[in-house]
Write a protein that binds this ligand. Structure first.
Ligand code: ADP
Length: 267
């Protein structure tokens, strides 16, 4: 899965990354869906041990343009996991109290505890994306955030958190199709916001902001992965595989019972 990992300090140009790529799994959509079911089962058992062992903390960051599939990824990749050990943190427009504090204040208390997987649906990276594109703070403020975020994530990592960051890469045509589907499909219409059309006009600025984020904040302890996401099934498969590979490397174990339990009879 290294093919999608952003190497530290590489200069990212998203034009070089094909959102339609299928090079990791070329057996097609139906086979991909079947394989995802197997990954779902693997994830269920790995998460069980993670929760029981109560040692590791897993932070998953999901970022991407509007309609890139953050919600769908959560729904499909995490299908069947025990909700007891998994939490979603959504980062929306900050409240006035949040704005009274530094931008990491609302983020830090949402990070995972031991035994927990926390998924950030949007994240502190919004403070280098929407905030930059809309000039919500001055450049001299946001430009310091790359290194601040690297330091923050290094702290999390040194304190035992495994951090994985996924950029869901779609192109502008795919966004058009997905926005149109939101208009046309009564079950999706609730997701359509006129504001999304305004944001769509800023596509090029967002791409530049993302390229900067990906170039400057992918580190060995908190790597970015650029996930080809025009095909939803492929996106799910790649993210599921990276997650499972990462969890397997932690070599987690169920805790051993305190005493010798052999010979106990329950009456
Ligand atoms: P989503 O699009 O994630 O499903 P919403 O439609 O509620 O959910 O959008 C959340 C909005 O909050 C997005 O437009 C996002 O850019 C915005 N947002 C998130 N974090 C910040 C931030 N730090 N400053 C300004 N806006 C933010």
């Amino acid at each position: 899965m290294d093919r999608y990992r952003v190497k530290q300090k590489s200069k990212i140009n998203l034009k070089d990354h094909d959102p339609d790529d299928q090079s990791f799994f070329d057996a097609g959509k139906e086979a991909g869906r079947i394989h995802l079911k197997e990954l779902n089962i693997d994830l269920m058992s790995l998460q069980n041990v993670l929760y029981a062992e109560h040692k590791h903390k897993i932070l998953i960051v999901l970022q991407g343009m509007d309609t890139s599939g953050k919600d769908g990824t959560i729904k499909h990749v995490f299908l069947g996991v025990n909700p007891q050990g998994v939490r979603i943190a959504n980062f929306k427009v900050p409240t006035s109290i949040e704005l009274d504090h530094d931008y990491l204040w609302r983020v830090h208390h949402q990070v995972p505890g031991k035994g927990e997987i926390t998924i950030f649906n949007r994240s502190h990276y919004e403070d280098l994306l929407v905030v930059r594109v809309h000039a919500l703070v001055a450049k001299e403020i946001w430009s310091k955030r790359f290194s601040q975020i690297n330091d923050f994530e290094r702290l999390l990592s040194e304190e035992g958190t495994t951090v994985l960051k996924f950029f869901l890469h779609i192109d502008q045509d795919e966004q058009k199709k997905r926005l149109q589907a939101r208009l046309d499909d009564p079950d999706k219409r609730w997701k359509f916001r006129k504001g999304d059309l305004e944001e769509r006009k800023l596509w090029a600025q967002y791409i530049l902001a993302y390229e900067d984020v990906l170039s400057k904040t992918s580190t060995p302890y908190a790597p970015w992965y650029i996930i080809p996401s025009n095909r939803k099934w492929y996106r799910n498969l790649v993210i599921g595989t990276i997650l499972i590979d990462t969890l397997k490397k932690l070599e987690m174990r169920y805790p051993t019972p305190e005493d010798d339990l052999s010979g106990i009879t329950i009456t």
